[in-house]
Ligand binder design. Structure first.
Ligand code: IPE
Ligand code: IPE
Ligand code: MG
Length: 244
């Protein structure tokens, strides 16, 4: 029997190893339905769960999701506490899901500014999932690319002032090894939903040679079909890395 056209095409696709996503548009998704913004975040959290399985199905090994930026504290107290409650639930539920899907979960960002119980949930999840060998899921919480660099530089200056860091040691690889993402390869593909075409302080060091895909789709509506569209776009790009 002939294969469905989708299957044929998929088998010929080059799959990006690491996909980073700016999950944007939860608020507009809710607004369109006359719902409070936090209902959009709730729908977005569901999409976050599903997309991990879809990514792994396609053969993606690393998925890095932007959940809360260092700038998102500017939102109303009601919205921020709603998002923090969703994260609490997500971090707890994710322990079971990581076991089911053999998924290793890491959290990046400055966790010291998060509520103590959230910090504890992060440690529990990272600890529980550290032996799993399937998808490497990374969630950025209270993450900002500039803040990540600031923290890394600060650590280096402290070491240098104690006489423990020689200036010659500071190579690009060394800087990468001091970032929150030290265990991850650089992303091959960045996806941003909701029509915005900016980085909003996401992975500014790591995205130096990443391909960018922007879609009008709002994050709660993003699904496997949309992910395949992004991977197809990636397949049409010619990555030269400065060569010819
Ligand atoms: C992204 O959706 C989720 C977070 C930033 C936490 P938004 O809440 O930014 O949705 P829009 O951009 O207002 O539609
Ligand atoms: C970026 O989205 C942050 C996350 C998706 C977590 P924002 O909605 O906060 O970004 P801006 O404000 O449109 O730049
Ligand atoms: Mg937004």
């Amino acid at each position: 029997m002939a294969k469905k056209s989708e299957e044929v095409d998929l088998s010929e696709l080059k799959i990006p190893q690491h996909v980073a996503i700016i999950m944007d548009g939860n608020g507009r998704w809710a607004k369109k339905r006359m719902l409070p913004r936090n209902m959009g975040h709730r729908a977005g959290a569901k999409t976050m769960e599903d997309i991990c399985e879809d990514a792994w199905d396609l053969g993606i090994k690393y998925l890095t999701l932007y959940a809360f930026s260092t700038e998102n504290w500017k939102r109303s107290e009601e919205e921020v506490s709603g998002i923090m409650d969703l994260l609490r639930k997500y971090l707890v539920d994710c322990i079971e899901r990581s076991a089911k899907n053999n998924m290793r979960v890491r959290i990046i960002g400055d966790r010291t500014a998060l509520a103590p119980d959230i910090q504890e949930k992060i440690v529990n999840l990272e600890e529980a999932s550290k032996g799993y060998t399937g998808l490497n899921l990374t969630i950025a919480i209270n993450y900002g690319g500039r803040d990540e660099l600031r923290r890394a530089v600060r650590g280096m200056v402290e070491e240098a002032s104690r006489g423990e860091l020689d200036a010659d040691k500071v190579t690009e690889d060394f800087i990468s090894s001091r970032l929150d993402t030290r265990e991850l390869p650089d992303p091959d593909l960045l996806i941003r939903t909701s029509g915005e075409e900016r980085l909003s302080n996401y992975l500014i060091w790591q995205l130096a040679y990443t391909e960018f895909y922007f879609t009008d789709c709002l994050w709660p509506d993003f699904d496997k079909k949309e992910l395949i569209k992004a991977v197809r776009y990636f397949n049409g790009r010619d990555r030269r890395f400065g060569g010819v």
